[in-house]
Design a protein around this ligand. Structure first.
Ligand code: CTP
Length: 409
């Protein structure tokens, strides 16, 4: 039996990038032999094993044939007569379809090294279509390697378009899609992920609410870039430049979906888009099965981002309502993420990327002022239950008024 490094480990070594995990392919062995050698099978009928000591994945060389629609419909054929070449040809991209033996010799039957040099994400063969998730994977790799100059090969984009238009993407489970979406949003160019999905028609299927934002104008005075879709891409780019966490990136992606609902006659203004977008954000959240913290922040940012931008003009009582609503007493971190999302939104505008966002420190200061109000003195004065709640609110309002006053002086 022969063992080779494959996939991402070979690709990233050749790109001189850090290798996150090593995948291995085993040629000329049976599942039985693997078990006898102490490898632990990953699943009952999946020819993948974990190394007894390193825990790395060892897959038997296999061919995959599609037997039905969607992800459930795979059958695997793994046997000692499947060659390394048979295995490599069913992989997604040429740069992912290289293997490396013990001596460091690269086995590259599909021009992976040529495409690494040409900075091209190119599919290996028509077998690409066996797994529609690959449409998202290619967009994710584009988001990761765009800073190195990688683009999607035109013929691959055409195949991705065919897959998107054929309805195959509908069969993806939300879990598999979310894994790709969340990883892609955390890459250095999350905007490229969305752009590639749009270019191949997949955005219309996966996130039609975001797709609908392209071509929707906003007032040039606030948004020199005008197009709402372009604005969202810029906001995502800011998120990456400022190393924002996934929650903030997800919230930023969804924050303006309400603008897609504005009647054309009302363009370029989008009155009450924050409220109107909530229904869409809720629907996207549910459909994508995003984790709770992402869902929650997306709804809060959708509803209150304009409050963030107008922070300095808000009355003390409105500021208090905002802080209460965010429950900054127990969840200060979530409010920090809200502030970050507002700042990314403001910076994601053409020519305004470097402009100061004084609202951020102002909101932070307000949160501190409200949080600094102590409960103990009120308890000592005998307040209890709902009366205690009211008294606390009153004290916090006083603190916010004082905070505003000191800043005005
Ligand atoms: N692969 C594939 N099609 C998929 C998933 C995986 O062809 N839908 C193949 C590719 O050859 C890939 C390898 O399996 O390189 C390992 O997959 P995975 O670990 O998901 O990706 P990596 O390429 O290692 O990339 P990453 O750095 O994102 O983990």
């Amino acid at each position: 039996m022969q063992v080779y490094r494959v996939g991402g480990a070979v690709r990233d070594r050749l790109l001189e990038r850090p290798i996150s995990e090593i995948d291995w392919v085993v040629v000329g062995a049976t599942a039985e032999q693997m078990r006898e050698l102490g490898y632990r099978p990953v699943g009952a009928d999946f020819p993948v094993f974990l190394h007894p000591h390193t825990g790395e994945e060892y897959a038997l060389a296999r061919t995959e044939r599609k037997s039905g629609r969607g992800y459930g419909g795979f059958t695997f054929y793994a046997s000692p007569d499947v060659s390394l070449e048979d295995d490599l040809i069913r992989r997604d991209l040429t740069i992912n379809a290289m293997a490396e033996d013990d001596h460091g010799t690269v086995i590259d039957p599909h021009g992976g090294q040529r495409d690494l040099a040409a900075r091209l994400l190119r599919h290996v063969s028509p077998a690409f279509a066996e797994d529609p998730l690959r449409v998202l994977r290619v967009a994710r790799f584009a988001a990761r390697y765009a800073p190195l100059g990688f683009t999607v090969a035109p013929e691959t984009l055409a195949l991705m378009r065919q897959l998107s238009e054929s309805g195959e993407l509908d069969a993806l489970t939300p879990e598999r899609s979310w894994k790709e979406i969340s990883r892609a949003l955390l890459e250095p160019r999350p905007d490229v992920f969305i752009q590639v999905l749009r270019d191949c028609g997949a955005l219309k299927v996966l996130l039609p609410e975001i797709d609908a934002l392209f071509g929707v104008p906003q007032p040039a005075a606030h948004h020199p870039e005008i197009d709402t879709g372009v604005h969202v891409l810029s906001v995502l780019r800011q998120c990456a430049e400022h190393h924002q966490p996934l929650t903030v990136r997800w919230a930023c992606l969804l924050h303006d979906v309400g603008k897609g609902l504005t009647a054309e006659a009302d363009w370029p203004r989008h009155i009450a888009h924050e409220q109107r977008g909530l229904r869409l954000i809720r629907a996207i959240n549910e459909r994508s099965k995003a984790p709770k913290d992402c869902q929650e922040l997306a709804l809060l940012v959708g509803e209150y981002h304009t409050h963030g931008h107008r922070a300095l003009e808000l009355k003390a009582s409105t500021l208090l309502e905002l802080l209460q609503h965010f429950d900054v007493y127990r969840r200060p971190q979530r409010f920090e993420e809200f502030i970050a999302a507002c700042e990314m939104d403001a910076r994601g505008r053409l020519g305004l990327e470097q402009r100061d966002y004084p609202q951020a420190d102002y909101l932070r200061g307000a949160m501190q002022a409200a949080r600094a109000v102590a409960v103990q003195p009120l308890l000592e004065q005998g307040f209890k239950g709902s009366q205690l709640g009211e008294a606390l609110k009153l004290e916090r309002l006083k603190a916010l008024k004082a905070y505003k006053k000191t800043l005005e002086m």
